[in-house]
Ligand binder design. Structure first.
Ligand code: C2E
Ligand code: MG
Ligand code: MG
Length: 710
């Protein structure tokens, strides 16, 4: 049950994150309105023009976003929950997500309409709590109902459209769900559901006692914070259900935080949780890494007391390490502000100040004196000090867990097979690490600090025939990062074309430098991931590189990595054709373990096959591997292509592979990948083949620039 509740809470939190753009649009408009109302009317005189003011009714934008918040929320909560349950239980009877959302929406409307006629308030923030509950309940109910055999009108799609089949099959479950909602809503109406005045008795009690109003403010902070901890917009829950905790100015409690603008101005500095203090602590204490990045990202909006990026980005939501100060800081600020009023240090004017007014300015406006601003500054210093040890602890924990988490995340990202979700879009720690790495990779690409290493290849006679260029990324904190990871991140982030071209150019430039030293006979192999084959300009780019560095096309070999499927599209075929027309050689990398190695041989002209390391590594101990290698070699012979053995680590392994008919050898036995200078030294101590390997190595009959295999 605990696990189930966790999934419910996660679905609610995710829905709020998904709805951040909707929140932000409304909030930005509100900030704009606040700024306009603060500025002198003559400066915005164009707004007083009736035509302009009618067409620039900014309130419309708030209604169009915040006014439908609960409608969106209910559907998204239900969909997220259903997806999470499907992922957890691996359902075979999947419900299309639009029906999950639709069912939740219908149920929500039933509950709303039973209570009152439709209004922006009832569809917006006021119904947030019921939207969350109905979203969760609807998803659970629909999942249970589709399993009831009698409710399934049709058995299988047979000869109908799947869409039509789903529509008919889900009719009764949706109907039952709506009818149940209808009955429940009436029942709740009859017994009297907890309405917006849930906290009225408490507020009334508090107002009759001396310290009661202060107690109420502290209670309000805790309600607000606890909701936020679960990712739910506490301030809106407070507005909808705890409005009695706040009183209009002039209700006899003027000098208390019972007036909402005072509560916002003196308790929620930077947003719920007084997170401006947290932000300052992070920026002062943390020099690099995800906390600082999120902090910088949140700085501007936090000045206007909008802290969603911090709450969901850091995150504070569902993060126990920050829970204590998150609850404590606002409570302390509420208490101390009360004390300051009692002591006569500050007094309030009753002026209305929008909640988006930046701290210090709001303090000055609310008190009409520099004392209010100074008090807010003192509060900022205090909240920073209170968050300080927790920031240190969170950072220390992050650094401690970093190595372990990084290794686990790397494995998770790389192990995800075809059809996987882009790593940078994943939720949880893996996604967070992927996004941080992705940001670092972009920065390192821009700073040009990535490098290439070169691993030599030898022929059967032990002569050096060429090198393979391998990407190297030395991360500032994690040290060397696998090039596979860099490639996956670049693919996920849409930068693979840029990175691929960068590698190609660097390899060509290096080859030109070696040519100048007399090593033109060596080939330079460059890895190309299948995702790069959607780069329609790649062949032109390659031609420009060949021209710029005065290289013959035969000096370059493109190793098409086979670890992910090569997309079966006209665009890819076009790129492959154009690349072949440049005259460069093609090698099929990691052959034997990939998706459809044999089929690729039909799709484009290959000049070499590189047997996957997992096969060659165990060639001596595993007879199945040896048999597979023999059949790859005979396939290579039949097609007239070179067969390259990778991961050659011992002399015995090399001899066995040579006996099986492999033509070229690459691996730690000869050399690990080396940087450019060391590689040049290696050339000097291992004289390369003369006159080009095509004449001296195996006789390979391949069509120059033959394009795709007919
Ligand atoms: P790959 O193209 O199959 O490269 C061979 C990998 O095996 C390299 O790992 C190399 O360091 C490693 N290796 C070579 N000989 C031995 C050996 O004897 N024993 C062992 N245990 N390992 C050996 P690396 O550099 O980590 O690269 C991994 C993969 O990343 C490459 O596999 C390639 O698919 C990809 N990659 C590397 N650089 C690039 C690049 O610039 N572009 C693209 N698209 N992919 C790249
Ligand atoms: Mg390779
Ligand atoms: Mg390989």
């Amino acid at each position: 049950m605990g696990e189930r509740v966790r999934l419910w809470l996660l679905a609610v939190r995710d829905a709020f994150i998904i709805l951040l753009p909707v929140t932000f649009i409304g909030v930005v408009v509100m900030v704009l309105q606040a700024l306009l109302s603060l500025s002198a009317p003559q400066r915005v005189s164009f707004l007083s023009n009736p035509v302009w003011s009618a067409s620039l009714n900014l309130e419309l934008l708030v209604a169009a976003t915040h006014g439908i918040f609960s409608v969106c929320l209910v559907a998204i909560v239900a969909i997220r929950l259903d997806r999470a349950l499907v992922a957890r239980h691996g359902d075979d009877d999947e419900i299309p997500e639009w029906y999950v959302g639709l069912s939740a929406l219908v149920n929500f409307m039933v509950f709303t309409l039973v209570r009152a006629p439709l209004s922006v308030a009832s569809l917006g923030y006021d119904s947030m709590l019921s939207a969350m509950l109905i979203g969760v309940a609807s998803a659970e109910a629909l999942r249970a109902l589709v399993r009831v055999r009698g409710l399934n009108l049709v058995r299988a799609p047979c000869d109908t459209e799947v869409l039509f089949y789903d529509s008919i099959r889900l009719c009764l479950p949706l109907m039952f769900s709506a009818v149940t909602a209808f009955m429940l809503a009436h029942l709740l109406c009859a017994v009297g559901s907890p309405g917006p005045h849930l906290l009225r008795p408490l507020a009334q009690w508090a107002q009759m006692h001396h310290a009661g109003v202060w107690l109420c403010s502290v209670l309000a902070t805790q309600v607000n914070q606890i909701f936020w901890f679960f990712g739910v917009q506490g301030s809106h829950v407070l507005s909808a259900y705890g409005s009695d905790l706040f009183l209009p100015f002039g209700a006899g409690y003027d000098n208390t935080l019972a007036y909402r603008p005072l509560f916002n101005g003196f308790v929620m500095l930077g947003g719920s949780g007084a997170t401006l203090g947290l932000l300052l602590a992070i920026l002062l204490l943390v020099r690099a890494g995800p906390q600082r990045r999120v902090g910088l990202l949140s700085l501007l909006s936090s000045l206007f007391n909008i802290n969603e990026t911090l709450l969901f980005g850091l995150p504070l939501v569902f993060r126990p390490v920050y829970l204590l100060p998150f609850l404590l800081v606002p409570a302390v600020l509420a208490g101390l502000t009360g004390l300051a009023v009692q002591l006569g240090l500050i007094a309030f004017t009753g002026r209305y100040v929008p909640w988006t007014t930046p701290p210090v300015i709001s303090g000055w406006l609310l008190t009409g004196s520099w004392r209010g601003a100074a008090w807010q500054l003192a509060e900022l210093a205090l909240s920073t000090a209170m968050y300080w040890p927790f920031v240190l602890r969170a950072e220390a924990r992050r650094v401690r867990d970093q190595g372990r988490a990084f290794a686990a995340a790397t494995q998770a990202i790389l192990s995800d097979e075809a059809g996987r979700m882009p790593a940078i879009r994943l939720q949880g720690q893996v996604g967070m690490i992927a996004r941080a790495l992705w940001a670092d990779l972009q920065a390192d690409l821009k700073r040009n600090v990535l490098t290439l290493a070169y691993q030599p290849k030898h022929d059967g006679g032990g002569r050096l025939v060429g090198v393979e260029a391998l990407l190297r990324w030395n991360h500032a904190h994690h040290g060397p990062v696998s090039p596979l990871l860099a490639i996956v991140l670049a693919e996920d982030g849409g930068e693979i074309h840029r990175l691929g071209r960068w590698v190609l150019r660097q390899a060509c430039a290096c080859k030109a430098r070696w040519n100048a030293r007399g090593y033109r006979a060596l080939t330079m192999a460059v890895n190309v991931s299948p995702a790069q084959l959607t780069d329609l300009g790649l062949a032109d780019f390659l031609e420009r590189c060949l021209y710029e560095f005065e290289l013959e096309p035969q000096e370059i070999e493109l190793e098409i990595t086979e670890s992910t499927a090569i997309p079966d599209s006209a665009m890819v075929d076009q790129t492959l054709r154009s690349l072949s027309q440049t005259g460069v050689r093609f090698a099929m990398d990691d052959f034997g373990m990939g998706h459809s190695s044999l089929l690729y041989l039909r799709r484009f002209q290959v000049h070499a096959i590189k047997i996957d390391g997992s096969l060659t590594r165990e060639v001596l101990s595993n007879s199945t591997n040896a048999d597979i290698i023999r059949s790859i070699v005979s396939l290579g012979r039949a097609r007239g292509v070179e067969v390259v053995a990778e991961f050659v680590e011992t002399q015995e392994q090399r001899e066995a592979l040579a006996q099986m008919g492999c033509d070229l050898f690459q691996g730690y036995l000869h050399s690990p990948p080396l940087d450019e200078v060391r590689c040049l030294n290696y050339f000097q101590s291992h004289p390369p083949i003369r006159g080009g390997r095509r004449e001296a190595a195996v006789s390979v009959a391949f069509a120059q620039g033959g394009g795709l295999v007919p």
